[in-house]
Design a protein around this ligand. Sequence first.
Ligand code: BG6
Ligand code: GLC
Ligand code: GLC
Length: 914
Amino acid sequence: MDSALPENSRAMNEKNLELVQQCLKQFDVREEQLRQIQAAVLRDMERALSGQTNPSPTVRMLPTYVRSTPHGTEQGNFLVLELGTSGATLRVLWVTLTGISGPRKEPISWEFTIPMEITLGTGQQLFDFAAGCLVEFLERLKVGSQPIQLGFNFSFPCHQTGLDQSTLISWTKGFRCSGVEGQDVVQLLREAIQRQGAYNIDVVAVVNDTVGTMMSCDPRPQACEIGLVVDTGTNACYMEEARHVGELGEDQGRVCVNVQWGSFGDSGALESVQTPFDLQLDQESLNPGTQRFEKMVGGLYLGELVRLVLIHLAGQRALLGGITSPALLTRGSVHVEHVMEIEDPSHGRARAQAVLQGLGLNPSARDCEQVQQVCGAVSARAAHLCAAALSAILARVKSNQERSHLGIAVATGGRVYEQHPRFSAILQQTVRLLAPDSDTTFVPSEDGRGWGVAIVTAVASRLALHRHHLEETLAPFRLDSEQLKSVQAQMREAMVRGLRGEDSSLPMLPTFVCATPDGTERGDFLALDLGGTNFRVLWVKVGSRSEGGVKITNQVFSIPESVTQGTGQQLFDHIVDCIVDFQKEHGLSGQTLPLGFTFSFPCKQVGLDQGILLNWTKGFKASDCEGQDVVSLLRAAIRRRQGVELNVVAIVNDTVGTMMSCGYEDPHCEVGLIVGTGTNACYMEELCNVSAVPGDKGRMCINMEWGAFGDDSLLQELCTPFDLSVDKASINPGKQRFEKLISGMYLGEIVRHILLHLTRLGVLFRGQVFQCLQTKDIFKTKFLSEIESSDLQRRQVRAILEKLGLPVSCDDALMVREVCQAVSQRAAKLCGAGVAAVVEKIRENRGLEELSVAVGVDGTLYKLHPHFSDQVKDTVRHLAPRCSVRFLQSEDGSGKGAALVTAVACRLAGSTRA
Ligand code: BG6
Ligand code: GLC
Ligand code: GLC
């Protein structure tokens, strides 16, 4: 044809051709540049994962809470709402998942066009529109009133904090509804659905389109671990090792990360490949300066780039005879669909003519050919850039898997990828060039995304069911104010009855300790401390404060279980052996120091040095002791061990020892509290209220033995089936019911029983009942303290559980932590209710409007648990508002207190060895 043209016109044509070629050259990206982009994307990904901010990485790497690719077992009907993938359309789908064996059922789907005034209107308008579409769809489908689970495919950059919590970071791709950025889009959708009021729809998961794409692929033969979308916008996601995602604080398993690569280059990394057309397009867009990569790749922008190039070439008179049209000059008049048609290998030329004519232009055949070239250059560049970014992900996955050769499947979706005649071929070829070590298969997602979103929804609804079970299980542990007030009132009543010698679960035992130390006590004492975590022998030197006050030397001895549960004789012989060893070790042999015996079990005392053991508690079971005077048993053992002389002066409960020990520092300390292996309290009661002891002047310390509170079935309403199991399996069923709700010896067991129950419901550990969960006492109360530490990351919780032999997932770890919290909170609140009853009684005894009092506290649970003490204090403040209560932690154990009781007794008897 050209040969028929006159010479000057041919020259013109050649010049024009050259102008076009020159212009399009700007869209060439050299291999070396692609490799640089690949490396820059990878660097940005790694920096974003580890949370580096200086300078800020431009890809976002958002964790999605999707932790595994589909199992293929997911089943059920799901409603899917898709917003933000394909321009201003909204899709609603009804997806039926049929599990592994069932035939795949085609989803039913409907598309709605979102009017422009809505994409640029208010958030409420947008979500109301979406909810309206859902209703219209369901009405057509005649779904009825069944509960419906909805998966929300919302394809904008969001910060997710759970499968159903997602805050929009910023709009992209032509949307700009007000009042949505910074909001949880799931909540907005829920509210809009509620405003419609027509259907019972629960929004259970929110998913980015890339994730939906990845999840929609058949896991057989090879699971897709990367999702790629090139539609209106572009983006990818992939499965990352959770330990690399700084924000999650986990060290095992994997999580799908939404790369949000559309914003790559927002700080300049794409400058060398950007053309003036890119800059102009960006300037005229709704979000200038952002989404720079997306604006070179995404379908929303390809047509616009072509339009800008055409205007430029026409301006140079290189095209269209230098003539434009009002339509060509109008932003958005060339669509990606036009570009795809024009590039069609067989009908492209004709389509180009039609498209240009549709724009009011009158193209020549040569124009059409050159417009085809323009489209080809713009879309080839998009495919090249997209391949570079995808190759960065492949490199990342490869380094995670530490393999030299990687076989990996990429799920692909989006109109540009699927429908453009050359895009996918160029992309795949470029990936092979840039990532030659990866054997990459590209798998088209079946029904773009909808399917995958339904799968995520199925998983989310399973998790929601688990949460429901968890809440239901833990609800009885969450005591409200009324319940606590009732415990306080019942405790108060039981105290009064116990003091009067009437029927009561509280024995309210007199201790014959009537005075706290006055500071004049002096001398050396021995002390024994039996009944807590450790058995200890102590040498306590009480001097004047100027001499340094009380000095303690102590040694811990073990008591084997065969001894605590053997005969009384064995137990007391063992104790004396330990004392003798201690004396030898510390050069005390041959001296007869006064001895105070902290014996932390319920004893009926008739004097300071006489205590009849009422019953063992806390796992002790030595025979022939109950009903016997413990001091006599000790003295008999001393006699059996010839050549030893000991002077047992006082027997002291640990609560009393603790009160005395703190009382030495602070004379306002008139309550002793133990929350350790067991729990108990003592306090100074008016002697006139104590019917078991004659006399009505002064005060006496009363050992409440509150561990037994509720043994008359008062606490039945509070007891859960787990408490009943713990009680039943204990060595004293039916006894120490209050203690079994509170103290260290039992909390771990309660937790273990709950975990067992939740496992049987399939909520925990994938329903697998591990042997260790069935082992009594395996779950120590110290684990609760460790697991509940607020600064502990999930990975540490997992480490603790794994040490026990429980292979836990992250969700398991979180749930176990919630179980621990529920159990320890209940314990702390009950303990607080008890303390409130005690201090209120003291206040009323003294006829005071306001009481200021200190409580001496000891016990491993109270001391080691990160929140227990605060919860006790809060409860006391709430239930006894007229008492100002200070809690003093005993630092030296109640052994020191026992020595002080002995010292006081010796002082009063005038027999202290100075
Ligand atoms: C200690 C006392 O400090 O606290 C013991 O000396 C007491 O006598 C104990 O029994 C309670 O705590 P635990 O946690 O050891 O039972
Ligand atoms: C935009 C969105 C992103 C989405 C992508 C493809 O980049 O921000 O979330 O995945 O478009 O639709
Ligand atoms: C048990 C004992 C009690 C002791 C408490 C704390 O309840 O019966 O005497 O004070 O444990 O150790």
